[in-house]
Write a protein that binds this ligand. Structure first.
Ligand code: URA
Length: 208
């Protein structure tokens, strides 16, 4: 497994806009898309290439094209949806699955209430999207689902992570590569990331 913390001035600048409580939902959505696009650039850095002979208007040459595993993007409902367009901007041919989860109020365990994935999960690199990696409970459960469906190559993309969440995913799924824009200080008693940005779903969709 690997943890990649994106270290780019544009991402840091945009993250600060997301965190500000004054930022409107409209701007929040736009910036989440922009950061997701920039993160997608890093997440796709290790895609395999193969040689291909082409002709420019002047002569023949050997260029490169993407080979190897195709990509599947899977937002975790609902906040993950905000990151889909950013990834699709740079991988427009990716298939998009969806996983919906809620926390059972009694057991506090994540329950899958919706799952629709591309058929060939085992032959794709599956990229899970969730803006907030807080306790890691939901992300771990979503990775469980992907693995049960046959996925062998899984990456996660999160805007903000708490150290507790990273540790939880590293321990349960050491084979998964985690990409985060920034790592914050801690979680509060309600599982919110501090200093964080609040409830990502509410901020994206203006539901609060
Ligand atoms: N989910 C959120 O939307 N925000 C947090 O801070 C933690 C989990």
């Amino acid at each position: 497994m690997s943890l990649t913390v994106l270290d780019h001035p544009l991402i840091k600048h945009k993250m600060t806009i997301l965190r500000r409580k004054e930022t409107s939902s409209m701007e929040f959505r736009q910036i989440v898309t922009e950061i997701s696009t920039l993160m997608g650039y890093e997440v796709t850095r290790d895609l395999e290439l193969k040689d291909i002979e082409i002709e420019t208007p002047l002569e023949k040459m050997v260029g490169k094209e993407i080979s190897g595993k195709k990509i599947g993007i899977v937002p975790i409902l609902r906040a993950g949806i905000g990151m889909v367009d950013g990834l699709l901007t740079i991988v427009p041919s990716a298939r998009v699955g969806h996983i919906g989860m809620y926390r059972d109020p009694e057991t506090l365990k994540p329950v899958t209430y919706y799952c629709k994935l591309p058929k060939d999960v085992s032959s794709r690199t599956m990229i899970l999207l969730d803006p907030m990696l807080a306790t890691g409970g939901t992300l771990n459960a979503a990775i469980d689902v992907l693995k049960e469906e046959g996925a062998t190559s899984i990456k996660t993309v999160n805007l903000l992570a708490a150290p507790e969440g990273i540790k939880a995913v590293e321990e349960r799924h050491p084979d998964v590569d985690i990409y985060v824009a920034e790592v914050d200080r801690a979680l509060n008693d309600h599982g919110y990331i501090l200093p964080g940005l609040g409830d990502a779903g509410d901020r994206l969709f203006g539901t609060k």
